[in-house]
Design a protein around this ligand. Structure first.
Ligand code: NAG
Length: 201
C-alpha cells in the first residue's frame, strides 16, 4: 500500500513537472523560434575572432535577426556604431575633465579624431547595407568591406596611441578597454559581413 502511494505520488510529481515544462514551452512559443534564432547567432559567431562578445552583443536582437545572414551583419554594424559613438562621447567628456595633463589631452584628441572617422565609415557602411538589393551586390558589399576595414584600422591606431606612457593608469584603463571593445565589435562585424558576402556571392 505504502509502495503504491509513493508510486502514485511520484507519478503526480512527474506529471506536474511535465505540465510545467509544457507550459514553459507554450509561453516560449509566443516568441517565434527564440531558441533557433539564438542558435543561429551562436553558430554564425564561430567565424569571428571574438565569438563570446559576438554572441552577447547580438543575442538580444535574435528575434529581429531570425536566421538572416544579412540582418545579422547589419545588426552587428549597428551595435558597433552605437558603441563607437558612446565611446567617442565618453572620450570627449574625459578629455575636458580636470586633472588631465596636456600629453594626455593630445593623445585623447588623436584618438577622438580616429574614432570619429570610424563612426563615419561605419555610418556609410550601414547606409550601404540598406542599398543591397541584388543588382550591384558585389560592388556595394566591396565598399562596405573597405569601409569597415578602414574603421578597424582607425580604431587600432587609436589603441596603439595608448600603448605609450603618455597616459596615467586609470584614464588609460578606462579608455583603452572601451576602444578595444569597439575594435573587437568591428572585427566581428567585418567577419560576419565577409561570411554574408561569401554565402550570397
Ligand atoms: C541599422 O540601423 C539603420 C539606421 O538606423 C536601420 O535603418 C536598419 O534597419 C538597422 N539594421 C538592422 C539590421 O537592424
Amino acid at each position: 500500500m505504502a509502495f503504491t502511494t509513493s508510486k502514485l505520488f511520484s507519478t503526480f510529481l512527474l506529471l506536474d513537472i511535465f505540465i510545467s515544462l509544457s507550459m514553459h514551452s507554450t509561453s516560449a512559443a509566443r516568441n517565434p523560434l527564440p531558441k533557433t534564432n539564438t542558435d543561429f547567432i551562436k553558430t554564425s559567431c564561430t567565424v569571428t575572432s571574438y565569438p563570446k562578445l559576438c554572441f552577447t552583443s547580438l543575442s538580444a536582437h535574435a528575434n529581429a535577426i531570425q536566421a538572416s545572414p544579412q540582418l545579422l551583419a547589419g545588426t552587428a554594424l549597428n551595435v558597433t556604431l552605437s558603441s563607437a559613438k558612446s565611446t567617442s562621447n565618453l572620450m570627449v567628456l574625459l578629455s575636458r575633465s580636470q586633472g588631465i595633463n596636456p600629453r594626455e589631452v593630445a593623445a585623447m584628441k588623436d584618438c577622438i579624431e580616429e574614432l570619429s572617422d570610424s563612426v563615419d565609415e561605419l555610418g556609410k557602411s550601414i547606409n550601404e547595407m540598406g542599398q543591397l538589393k541584388g543588382t550591384n551586390f558585389n560592388l556595394v558589399i566591396n565598399d562596405i568591406q573597405t569601409w569597415v576595414s578602414a574603421a578597424l584600422t582607425d580604431e587600432s591606431t587609436c589603441t596603439d596611441g595608448f600603448a605609450g606612457k603618455s597616459m596615467n593608469g586609470n584614464l588609460k584603463i578606462t579608455v583603452k578597454d572601451r576602444i578595444v571593445n569597439v575594435a573587437q565589435l568591428t572585427s566581428n562585424a567585418l567577419a560576419l559581413i565577409n561570411k554574408f558576402a561569401l554565402i550570397h556571392g
